[in-house]
Design a binder for this molecule. Structure first.
Ligand SMILES: C[S@@+](CC[C@H](N)C(=O)[O-])C[C@H]1O[C@@H](n2cnc3c(N)ncnc32)[C@H](O)[C@@H]1O
Length: 248
């Protein structure tokens, strides 16, 4: 069955009430601080937050820059972002309703896995000014040794996810979309799997299947993710990659 935008909207509408506490990375101040360090926003900047969700990235920039615009397809998520935005637009990332070269910085955290690629990233490049930056933040597998098991966990946790990445995939994607000088930064987020899988949009059978992947995980997966098991609960160290590119 192919996954469409209505499936994505249905999934995130179901999660909207509890989204902000569905992963420790959502409100992780160190991850937010790293994003600010990497993007170094200027007070005159116009920033676009693509797939803004409830505004957890927008709020990092709001008040520091001239304007923050949020765009998302799920109204129930995005309405929560309004206090952290100068403007909210409900639209798909694949067809951004903005002119060419409008923004100084475009950020998209945990959004591209649901989008048409590379089209959506090419749209981000289109709307950023020449010399401006596009920054994509995404959970990635560490490498070939953990990809199969980790992608299975991600698929179980979010049935509307369409894409899965290794760090270098993000560099390739940004390049294909028209970015130059793509740099990759890494951040490790510690997630209690029982909390992380309780996202309000999947059945208990999927959560149990996720626990099974951890119970049966290979040595390579356990080692790369530094998996800890305490009283039957698993803790995973998940890899975030922040890919930063420049529009030529
Ligand atoms: C995992 S949440 C991330 C929210 C926010 N960026 C954050 O870091 O907390 C994914 C968001 O992507 C949005 N989304 C998914 N596909 C989209 C698309 N094609 N265009 C715009 N937004 C999309 C969903 O509606 C949801 O709000």
């Amino acid at each position: 069955m192919s996954i469409g935008q209505n499936d994505v909207i249905g999934h995130f509408s179901a999660r909207s009430a509890t989204y902000d506490r569905s992963s420790s990375w959502c409100t992780d101040q160190d991850l937010g601080g790293l994003l600010l360090d990497i993007t170094r926003p200027d007070s005159g900047d116009r920033v676009l937050d693509v797939a803004c969700g409830t505004g957890l990235v927008s709020r990092l920039y709001h008040g520091r820059v001239a304007e923050v615009v949020g765009v998302d397809i799920t109204r129930e998520m995005a309405e929560q972002a309004r206090p952290h935005l100068n403007r909210l637009v409900i639209a798909p990332a694949e067809k951004l309703p903005f002119d060419d070269d409008e923004f100084d910085l475009v950020v998209c955290r945990q959004g591209i896995q649901f989008m048409d690629l590379p089209d959506a990233v090419a749209e981000m490049v289109r709307v950023v000014k020449p010399g401006g930056r596009v920054v994509v933040v995404n959970l990635c597998a560490y490498g070939d040794a953990d990809r199969e098991e980790y992608f299975e966990v991600l698929r179980l946790r979010n049935p509307v996810r369409r894409h899965f990445f290794l760090p270098e995939d993000l560099r390739t994607l940004m390049g294909e979309a028209g970015c130059s000088e793509v740099g990759l930064h890494e951040y490790v987020s510690v997630e209690d799997i029982d909390v992380w899988s309780d996202n309000g949009a999947i059945e208990e059978s999927r959560r149990e299947a996720i626990r099974d992947v951890y119970r049966q995980a290979s040595e390579a997966f356990r080692s790369l993710h530094a998996v800890q098991e305490v009283d039957g609960r698993f803790v995973d160290r998940m890899l975030f990659v922040i890919a930063e590119g420049r529009k030529p």
